[in-house]
Design a protein around this ligand. Structure first.
Ligand code: URA
Length: 308
């Protein structure tokens, strides 16, 4: 038994519906990698007010984002409390909650973000959060763009050019289409300020399963192609509309779409891959680059909250 697209749209109150008939029949659901559970925690009390789920690679970046968004939306933690890593005892992901915003680290690569998406989507379901919007705030390699450019994904492809997430399930490959919410993508682009000292652009994102050979780098432990082969490949990608390469957009686009959740991926380019492979930009500059997707998402969240 599975839940159809039509049934998914059946919750006019905006609750997240699961395409899994088994969950309702379970006594409790342990969200193992988040160190949370529907039996052990009052998930409705803890998370019902969540409106934005922001994911990014590292615990540190997502903790910093939590403090940043707290300042931006003027949120005050309840008296006597401090910002806590809700998932600290999972020793896997970190999660911080700032009013309607959840800030969660997703680790590196498709398996890591895929597991987190399963559990976060279930968390939204159990907590009865309404119409949550998911963002990935990441870093990437750019194609033909200046380092520091912010790329909003309007499409995502895997390393073979498929616009879908291929997952082997019960011995067969299941393909789930990658789809971003077009309106959300447009709204984010419109929030780029002409005064920003960097470009913000839309483009297709290639999601690789590896940082080195999977992204056509010549500086991994292994490499069986030439610099010319690499450039021919990267230029071909660029001609087909690919603006950046990272490692999480495909499951992010596909699994949020499968759950009927609006989502967007916003990444800052650490380098222009047509000019090199190594990330040699100084740490302080990289730290400033990493704030750029956060600034754009904070603008969106502030605007949203002001109009509600
Ligand atoms: N992240 C990636 O996946 N690739 C890069 O080149 C930079 C950041």
């Amino acid at each position: 038994m599975s839940v159809s697209d039509e049934e998914l749209d059946e919750y006019p109150d905006g609750s997240v519906k699961l395409r899994n008939p088994h969950i309702e029949l379970m006594d409790q659901d342990i969200l193992y990698h988040l160190a949370l559970g529907s039996g052990s925690h009052d998930l409705v009390e803890m998370f019902r007010d969540v409106k934005f789920v922001c994911m990014g690679g590292t615990p540190r970046r997502m903790e910093m984002f939590a403090y940043y968004i707290m300042k931006e939306i003027g949120y005050k933690l309840p008296t006597g409390t401090t910002l806590m890593d809700i998932s600290q005892y999972s020793y896997r992901y970190s999660m911080f909650k700032v009013g309607p915003v959840l800030s969660i680290s997703h680790g590196m690569g498709t398996p890591s973000i895929g597991i987190l998406l399963h559990e976060t989507i279930k968390l939204m379901y159990h907590s009865k959060a309404k119409d949550p919007i998911f963002f990935r705030l990441g870093t990437c390699g750019g194609l033909g763009v200046e380092p520091g450019t912010v790329v909003i994904s309007d499409d995502a492809i895997d390393g073979l050019g498929n616009h879908s997430y291929s997952v082997p399930i019960l011995g067969k490959v299941v393909q789930r289409p990658c789809k971003f919410d077009k309106k959300l993508t447009r709204e984010l682009k419109a929030l780029a300020d002409p005064e920003d000292p960097y470009e913000t652009t839309l483009g297709t994102t290639m999601c690789a399963d590896d940082f080195y050979e999977g992204q056509g780098r010549c500086d991994g432990a292994f490499c069986d192609y030439s610099e010319a082969d690499k450039l021919e490949y990267l230029e071909g990608l660029m001609k087909s509309g690919v603006k950046n390469i990272e490692m999480e957009s495909v499951p992010f686009a596909a699994l949020t779409n499968h759950a009927g959740i609006k989502a967007a991926v916003i990444c800052v380019a650490l380098l222009n891959r047509l000019k090199g492979d190594q990330v040699c930009t100084p740490k302080e500059v990289l730290n400033e680059y990493q704030l750029r997707p956060q600034i754009l998402v904070a603008r969106y969240i502030k605007k949203y909250l002001q109009t509600k």
